[in-house]
Every structure is written in C-alpha cells, then in structure tokens.
Design a protein around this ligand. Structure first.
Ligand code: IPE
Ligand code: IPE
Ligand code: MG
Ligand code: MG
Length: 323
C-alpha cells in the first residue's frame, strides 16, 4: 500500500535517502558503523513522505524542502533510538535495536548525535518559521514522553490526558512534517499552513492510536517491533483505558489488581481478552477512523491531484495498516 502512496514522489524520496546518508557521515568509525546499520534498516519514511506530498499541493519541493524533511526524520530517528532505551525494547524495524546490539550508553549518544545534526541543519537552513516550529515540537515531544512516564500505572487516567500525551509525543511532529512541506514549497503566496497543521494533527493522533491498538492486536513480525510492550512498560493506552472505564466493574477491578502486580506480562493474555471483550479495541479503532476522516475532510479544500490522492490514501493507511 505504501508503495502506491509514494509512487508520485519516488524521485523525491530517492534524493532524500541519499541526503540522509550523506548528512550523517563522520570520521568516527563506531558512529559510521551504526549509521550504516540504520541505513540497512529503514523505517516507513512516513514523515518525509508527508513533507513531499504536502509540498506538491502547492508547487512542489524546493531544496529547502529536502533540508526540512531531513531535519524532521533525524529528530524522529533520534527519538526512536532513545525511546527503545526507555522502553527497554530490543527489536526495531525488523532487526535488533541499537540498544540491543551496542548498549544504552551508545544509544543515548547516537540519539544525541542525530539530534545535534538536526540542529546544525536547522541553523544552515536559517528559516525563522521553521526554527520556531522545530524547536517547539522537540519540547512537546519530550514533554509527551515524560508525561507518559509520569502516568505509567495510573489506572485512573482520563482520555483527555491520553490525547494530550499522544498529541505531544507523536502528532506534533507529524503535523510539523506537513507544515514544513507547504512552508518550503515552490509557491509561496499564502501557504496553507493552518490546514496542514490540522491535517497532520488529526492524522498523527489516528496514527498513534493505531500504533497503540497494534501493540495489543498486531503481529510483531509485520510491525518489526515487539507487541505487548506498552503493557510491559505499564503504559496505559486507549484500548485499555476504555476497557477499564467501561468494562464490567468487577472484572475491571480484577484487571487493575493484575496490572498492579509486578508481572503483568504473565497475565498478558487475560488482560488482552478483557480489553477485547470490553470493546476497547473496537472503540480505539473507531476513534482512529474518526480522526482519519477529519483529516480527509481538510484535504477536500485542495484541488484534486495525484498528490492529494496519495494523502487521502495515507489517512486510510494510518488506521488500516499492519505495520
Ligand atoms: C513509530 O513511528 C513511533 C510512533 C510514533 C508510533 P513510525 O511507525 O513512523 O516508525 P518508522 O520510522 O516507520 O520505524
Ligand atoms: C511513540 O510511542 C514514541 C515516540 C514518539 C518516540 P511508542 O513507544 O508507542 O513507539 P513504539 O511503539 O516504540 O514505536
Ligand atoms: Mg516505544
Ligand atoms: Mg507503540
């Protein structure tokens, strides 16, 4: 499915891949080794895909678009490397995670390296709007991850807190990827930044809800990362949140007890069944679908083109994917 979506920007993505690799060259051998490893195990490149597609809504990418896409993907990659340390996760993108092969110390430093590279490219780009967007988004991402840490094991958390969390840690960067697409595009009179901000926010929320749902229901083979990891880390996501608040109270109380015990993983199947039977999965899927639909409505104000079609397909992919 992603192949069809990226078809109209295949050329842009090829240039992007080349720049991504070149941008990370260094004379530190260990770092080069890790960068080569990362290059061999790419992600879906969802954020650059969004940047290029949205730029094509308004005249297409310029050299600045490529820099901006690079900055965002560097930040995303750095975040994932740090996230795997925090989540003690050993598989990423279908292969051993960096913390699993090297160790936590090296992962922290490599994440910082990618992040610092992003700062340098931001400075070189020297665009006030982009500086502001990127610097604010990184603050939100850190806040989102820390809010999640703070709320681990908080089985009374409300939905509003969950939505704030996923907006900060995930939707904010996806929204930024969409905004920089139009801000750096060839046509510069009145870039539709506000529309892109909202489109990306809705899409990003839907994307993270689906990620959380897949953590219960997905196949780790297809996802390229472990499932059940959120529960292992005591993270309460929408399917469980809904089930605890709307499931049978006696059962919910029993599940809370299981969750509080140290080995919630030995009870994973029981907790999963409770989440499914209480409608938590259906509810989360429905929420994700609603948000994807809202994202699509924003696209309807743009002229029809194959780029817009791809963006529409992406909103479907975000909530129907298995990886
Ligand atoms: C993973 O993001 C983290 C979330 C925001 C759910 P992606 O699913 O975009 O990760 P890659 O880049 O494709 O590996
Ligand atoms: C997304 O949350 C994290 C970031 C924004 C880094 P997850 O912790 O759910 O991401 P995965 O599931 O490890 O990819
Ligand atoms: Mg994680
Ligand atoms: Mg996840």
């Amino acid at each position: 499915v992603l192949r069809t979506i990226t078809e109209p920007i295949q050329r842009d993505l090829e240039i992007f891949e080349k720049q991504f690799l070149e941008s990370l060259e260094t004379d530190v051998e260990l770092l080069n080794k890790i960068v080569r490893y990362m290059a061999a195990h790419k992600g879906k490149r969802l954020r650059p895909t969004l940047t290029f597609l949205t730029s094509h809504l308004v005249g297409g990418p310029t050299p600045r678009t490529f820099w901006a896409a690079l900055i965002v993907e560097l930040i995303h990659t750095a975040t994932l490397i740090h996230d795997d340390v925090v989540d003690e996760s050993e598989i990423r993108r279908g292969a051993a995670s960096i913390n699993a092969i090297w160790d936590n110390k090296i992962s922290i430093l490599v994440g910082d390296y990618l992040f610092s590279k992003a700062l340098v490219y931001m400075m070189e780009l020297g665009d006030k709007n982009i500086n502001e967007l990127i610097s604010r988004v990184t603050v939100r991402m850190s806040q989102g991850e820390l809010l999640q840490m703070e709320r681990a094991r908080d089985y009374t958390m409300d939905e509003a807190t969950y939505f704030r969390m996923i907006s900060d840690k995930t939707a904010s960067l996806i929204s930024t990827a969409c905004q920089i697409g139009v801000l750096t595009a060839a046509t510069q009179d009145h870039p539709p930044q506000k529309a892109m901000q909202e489109f990306g926010e809705y899409l990003g929320l839907a994307f993270q809800i689906k990620d959380d749902l897949l953590d219960y229901m997905g196949e780790s083979q297809k996802m390229g990362k472990p499932t059940g990891n959120d529960l292992k880390e005591n993270k309460i996501t929408l399917p469980l949140l809904y089930a605890l608040n709307n499931g049978h109270p006696v059962q919910a109380q029993k599940i809370r007890k299981l969750l509080q015990s140290d080995d919630s993983m030995t009870n994973f199947e029981e907790i999963r069944s409770f989440v499914v039977e209480s409608g938590g999965i259906l509810y989360a899927q429905q929420k994700a679908n609603e948000l994807a639909e809202r994202a699509r409505r924003i696209l309807s104000q743009f002229e029809d083109s194959r780029y817009r079609t791809s963006l529409t397909l992406l909103t479907h992919f975000a909530v129907n994917r298995q990886n």
